[in-house]
Design a protein around this ligand. Structure first.
Ligand code: ZN
Ligand code: ZN
Length: 178
């Protein structure tokens, strides 16, 4: 046996042992961090770290097979996406005439020809039918009722009724006259 071979063997063994120990520690830390990104339960996080530290490489494989599929941030993002999709469906308007889906910028329903919106007479900004002033340029508008027909002034103006106080006063005047 050559001189110093034992020393080389010792150094080699220590090197391998340290590398393995570092690898084992990295595995435990990785599994703990990975579980922390997938579960808020501190007990589950600790359990994963213990299992991987006891079983080392096989423990890591078992963890990877059994871990929750989505991380917390992925779950959160998916929930946000679903919410946005749901909101889009709720906000999409339908035709009051036939119930078909219509777009925000349509003036009439292509299915039943129901009047949906009107364009401002001055600036072409799209207005709701009952609006009689353009919020964009403040021009007065032709009025449409909600059923799509043009509303005439006479239909809106009711004959003035005397208020209860006025009626009492008129009655008292008539009593005095008699
Ligand atoms: Zn329609
Ligand atoms: Zn306008």
């Amino acid at each position: 046996m050559p001189e110093g071979f034992d020393d080389i063997l010792l150094v080699g063994t220590v090197f391998v042992a340290v590398t393995l120990a570092a690898f084992w520690l990295a595995m435990v830390i990785w599994a703990y961090r990975d579980m922390r990104s997938r579960s808020r339960d501190p007990l589950a996080q600790l359990l994963v770290a213990i299992i991987v530290s006891l079983l080392s490489v096989p423990g890591l494989f078992i963890y990877i097979m059994l871990r929750p599929r989505a991380t917390l941030s992925e779950t959160y993002e998916r929930a946000l996406e679903e919410e946005a999709l749901l909101q889009e469906i709720e906000e999409r308007p339908t035709c009051p005439g036939c119930g078909q889906r219509v777009q925000h910028d349509w003036q009439a329903c292509p299915n039943c020809h129901h009047r949906l919106k009107k364009a401002c007479v001055n600036c072409d900004y799209l207005l709701e039918l009952p609006w009689n002033i353009c919020p964009h340029c403040t021009t007065s508008q032709v009025n449409y009722t909600s059923d799509g027909t043009i509303a005439t002034r006479s239909r809106h103006v009711k004959p003035a009724e005397p208020s209860p106080i006025d009626a009492k006063w008129v009655a008292s005047q008539q009593v005095e006259r008699h």
